[in-house]
Design a protein around this ligand. Sequence first.
Ligand code: EPZ
Length: 418
Amino acid sequence: MQKFIIEGGKRLSGELKLQGSKNSSLPIMAAAMLAQGESVLKNCPKLTDVYSASRILNVLGCKCSVSDTVVINSEGISGTEIPESLMREMRSSIMFMGAMLGRLGECTVSIPGGCELGPRPIDMHINALKKLGAEVSDEGGRINCRLRGGRAKGTRITLPFPSVGATENIILCAVTAEGETIINNAAREPEICDLCGFLRSCGAEIHGDGCGSIIIQGREKLHGCEYTVMPDRIAGATYLSMTAAAGGEIILKNTCTAEMEPFLSVLEQTGCGIYAAPDTIYLRSGRRLKAVRDRIRTMPHPGFPTDAQAVLMAALVTADGTSVFEENIFDCRYRHTAALVKMGADIEILGKVAVVRGVKTLHGAEAEATDLRGGAAMAAAALSAEGVSVISNISHIDRGYEKFEEAVRTLGGNIQRV
Ligand code: EPZ
């Protein structure tokens, strides 16, 4: 099992080009299966989750290669079943359910893996696919879905909560359905718009993405295209929080600044100097950060993103004053706090609230990454701490950050993978 050894206490400084978005790339890779012929995806990050998606496509008979671009040719698609071992590698494996139904009319999957953030059911996905005409049966954990008549029928679906994954699965199934589908209370995350952007380039007719209601006119066939995946707003939030925590300055290039606004508007309250252009963000962190006065409530987009909660907390543990987080998306997304406390942070968890009383300094410690963003938060805290930290279980970090240690080193951070 690999580890990161991090020697902290040094200011960071440098320029980074932000990676492409993981949470866009994965549903877009699933969507490529709906397009006849070849799709070429630019700006896909090289991550373990992207390789897992590629393995799923290949198992299903598509040809997928990952190098500078991701090239997917769906001509040979034949399989309708994803082995349990591949389903377990990541949460996004569930995106293939909607895509397989949309292309083949049937599929067999199982409960997906991914970060353990509390219960992550797929009831909204299943209920929505049933409304689109799928017959679903569960045989010992294997979920079989088959569309009546082989093709989905457009319908109106109102989600009880704007789930990102359920919205994506509905879109993937509905773009080739017969007739019109309307998704009410749809997720508005930028990655949903990116998925729709890709599908539109393939010939799909989708309106309203980014708003609460998405309207889809089903098309019989889609075609391949060339598409550039959006930048990763959460990796961006991570490198900005890291520099804010350690002190120093960063020029972040290739950003999606408008989509990062819900995060940036909170980070700004810490007193960092932030200058933002549409595709570049400059941050300077000089003095000790200020605590954030208003409660930081994670909410569906355009609220504060749950994925940035842990990394921002890593910066606020040494801020002057008390910051309060409220995690409203996942039941169990404070698992990183034990490691931060081990480094000297003062954090009290009260149900879905975390009270962070800023301390003057952190010290190095041994910690185990608990999940993707929690692991990145530990690394950010370790870079601001005095002394050496050892972070194990870093396969979590590798699932979401392309060449993490190279990026940290570009900023002058002292990090080694052993
Ligand atoms: C996506 O997860 C992201 N993952 C997550 O990023 C992100 O934290 C989350 O959206 C919220 O923004 C990917 O895009 C691959 P949800 P997803 O469905 O789709 C409940 C990261 O660090 N729910 O919006 O799984 C669910 O339990 C990851 O990159 C149901 O109850 O999120 C959760 O409490 C982690 N039933 C809430 O809704 C369902 O059928 C939000 O989940 C579906 C979801």
